[in-house]
Design a protein around this ligand. Structure first.
Ligand SMILES: [Zn+2]
Length: 201
């Protein structure tokens, strides 16, 4: 796997971001064309588990579309609802760099036991990067915004991104897969970068 493949093109927060934070039941919803603030470590909301979407409501559709704009603005290749403070299980992947795919209630079923090293970064851990062990291949299942079932085979980078984003929905960050020593190194780096970002704001 390309070592830089999972690197976020932009690890810093956008100037245009809305500072608004919201949860599932907190209205009003952000207006269209808003870029959501991506929560960064150690925000406690990143540790929360998102809930299954039982009905795809206008809010689900609205937030999903704004998440697409946010992901594009941030230049990432994946985004989970918990990263923007939204409590429903929704992820986006954009490995191709074209149109992000929205998957509601995503699940990943690995094939076999092959695991690979995945060098990962995260919009919620700006500047942090580490190698995480991920299943090489499997099937992703879920529902699209059109309520149609999604099921397809994925491997390599795409499989790593899906596993990373589903982890977010369970309140798990990539650093949670690391030894304490490696985790502390990443956290130290992130804190340093965040401090620098805040100083230039
Ligand atoms: Zn992430």
């Amino acid at each position: 796997m390309d070592e830089t493949s999972f690197r976020n093109k932009r690890g810093i927060e956008s100037e245009q971001q809305s500072k608004r934070e919201f949860g599932k039941s907190e209205l009003p919803l952000p207006s269209p064309n808003t870029i959501l603030e991506v929560l960064t470590f150690p925000n406690k909301k990143l540790k929360q588990e998102a809930v299954l979407v039982e009905n795809i409501t206008d809010s689900t559709i609205h937030i999903s579309n704004i998440m697409i704009d946010t992901l594009k603005a941030m230049g990432g290749i994946g985004l989970a609802s918990t990263q923007v403070g939204w409590g429903e299980r929704v992820i986006l992947t954009n490995v191709s760099g074209n149109d992000p795919l929205i998957i509601i209630n995503p699940s990943f079923e690995p094939f076999g036991k092959i695991k690979v090293d995945s060098k990962e970064g995260c919009l919620s851990l700006p500047g942090g990067m580490a190698v995480v062990s991920r299943h090489y291949e499997g099937t992703v299942k879920g529902i699209g915004l059109d309520e149609k079932e999604i099921e397809f085979y994925i491997n390599d980078l795409e499989a790593a991104v899906i596993q990373h984003e589903i982890d977010h929905l369970n309140g798990v960050l990539f650093i949670d897969h690391l030894s304490k020593l490696k985790r502390d190194i990443v956290i130290k780096k992130v804190k340093k970068i965040k401090k620098r970002m805040e100083a230039t704001r």
